[in-house]
Design a protein around this ligand. Structure first.
Ligand SMILES: Cc1cc2nc3c(=O)[nH]c(=O)nc-3n(C[C@H](O)[C@H](O)[C@H](O)COP(=O)(O)OP(=O)(O)OC[C@H]3O[C@@H](n4cnc5c(N)ncnc54)[C@H](O)[C@@H]3O)c2cc1C
Length: 413
């Protein structure tokens, strides 16, 4: 009997899931291929809408998709757990009790929150990387409102209701805009006026501008929209310490708060290799023009964990990068099997879109920037189309429609 070719993917996010989909497309019908995946969760999470789960705009269950549903027919095996050790020489990966062997390996475990060694941040700040994180943020904000409703001392109430978000990248900006929506549209509907007026939202950004990875127009527009919404944006401000009820910024200025959300950066997920591999100083796996590891041609790395140098600069940590890389990897695995020339990866951005609350978004496509209602409609259409199943698309569309006509759900779950 012919020996089957085993292709193994580590990670079930954008890179991993799309690699599997593309491999399935390219290799469809070949019974000598086995596609397997290792993932920490048994679902695919659509991260771009996570901030809306954290602010009650979307039900968390609507932005996840069970892996076995998405990839059912194409998957030989799904291993639920963490890839603990990768043995490049013997071509296998340890996950729990299992040792999974491979002929080709795609590494796509993404990234983790980077606190940059900020004192207390890992202990006291919320993060936004998972459904659990988003639900914790939502529950906490609601708890603070409930508690503050019975506090008579205004100063005490203001401290309880000061929400501090650290990190002025796209995630921080989108989250802050939605939080303002939550306060204005929903909290003001359910809580007394004098309580709601004590809510404040602070966005802290280390650099001189918000969303520095985007063009000038988007940077300027984001700042002006947030300021108009009443968000206190602190630019050129570095956080030194996060405590149980405060944040310390430059010049030892203390901000009293019981809510700190850290979206200030990411670092590559940690993986344990038995052999030494080339990594960048920040821990990303360096890949060549074909997205392979230099000394292991059957091993590819994509997404947030990979460092692919496009001309001189590294690519941004974006879902569209991981998705595009997954196409090249699928083709190159097929090319290796067919012993034909490999395809070089080159990245062309499809553009960037960012929501700034209800009816407002900003975008740039092919050097052209736009904002406003149309951009918002476009943002929603694009993200809706990217959700994997029709069922979840409909559910998110329903959640969004309901938000236009009624306050968000403030049940603590
Ligand atoms: C809140 C938020 C909002 C975002 N918004 C946008 C946006 O609007 N547009 C955009 O383009 N990008 C956005 N991003 C970035 C985007 O999500 C990432 O760039 C993209 O997901 C990277 O894909 P990936 O496959 O490398 O990692 P991921 O999609 O993160 O997938 C990695 C998967 O691997 C799993 N994993 C980790 N370690 C292991 C292990 N050892 N073994 C097995 N499995 C493992 C993880 O649990 C995860 O499921 C956002 C990110 C966040 C957190």
């Amino acid at each position: 009997m012919l020996k089957k070719t085993k292709i193994l993917i580590i990670g079930n996010g954008f890179g991993g899931v799309y690699a599997l989909k593309n491999l399935h497309k390219i290799l469809a019908g070949d019974e000598n291929i086995e596609l397997s995946m290792i993932g920490e969760k048994n679902y695919f999470l659509f991260t771009p809408l996570l901030h809306e789960v954290a602010t009650g705009g979307i039900n968390g269950a609507n932005i996840i998709e069970p892996i076995r549903k998405v990839l059912g027919g194409s998957l030989r095996d799904f291993y639920l757990g963490k890839a603990e050790q990768i043995n490049l020489k013997d071509k296998n990966v340890v996950v729990g009790e299992a040792i999974v062997s491979y002929d080709y390996l795609v590494i796509a475990p993404g990234a983790e929150t980077n606190f940059f060694n900020t004192l207390g941040a890992d202990k006291y700040a919320f993060t936004l990387k998972s459904i659990d994180d988003a639900v914790k943020i939502k529950n906490h904000c609601i708890t603070q409102m409930e508690r503050a409703s019975h506090v008579l001392n205004t100063e005490e109430r203001k401290k309880m209701l000061k929400f501090v978000i650290i990190g002025g990248g796209p995630t921080g900006v989108e989250l802050v805009a939605e939080m303002e929506e939550l306060v204005r549209e929903t909290f003001s509907h359910y809580y007394r006026k004098e309580v709601v007026k004590d809510v404040s939202i602070v966005l802290i950004q280390r650099g001189p501008e918000l969303v520095p990875q985007f063009g000038t127009k988007i940077r300027t527009k984001s700042l002006s929209v947030l300021q108009k919404k009443g968000v206190n944006v602190l630019l050129n401000t570095a956080v030194k310490e996060v405590g149980v009820s405060y944040v310390v910024v430059d010049e030892n200025k203390k901000i009293d708060t019981e809510t700190v959300i850290w979206v200030g950066g990411i670092k590559p997920a940690s993986l344990n290799f038995t052999e030494k591999i080339n990594k960048s100083p920040d821990g990303r796996i360096i890949v060549n023009e074909y997205l392979q590891l230099d000394n292991y041609k059957e091993v590819f790395a994509i997404g947030d964990i990979a460092l692919f140098k496009d001309k001189t600069s590294a690519l941004p940590a974006l879902a569209q990068v991981a998705e595009k890389q997954s196409k090249t990897v699928a083709k190159n695995i097929k090319n290796l099997m067919d012993e034909t020339a490999l395809e070089k990866f080159s990245y062309h951005s499809s553009g960037n879109l960012m929501s700034l609350g209800q009816w407002m978004a900003v975008g740039e496509i092919a050097g052209f920037s736009f904002s406003g209602h149309l951009a918002w409609w476009f943002w929603r259409t694009v993200y809706l189309s990217k959700l994997i199943s029709f069922r979840k698309k409909v559910r998110v569309a329903v959640d969004w429609t309901m938000n236009i006509f009624s306050p968000r759900d403030i049940s603590k779950i």
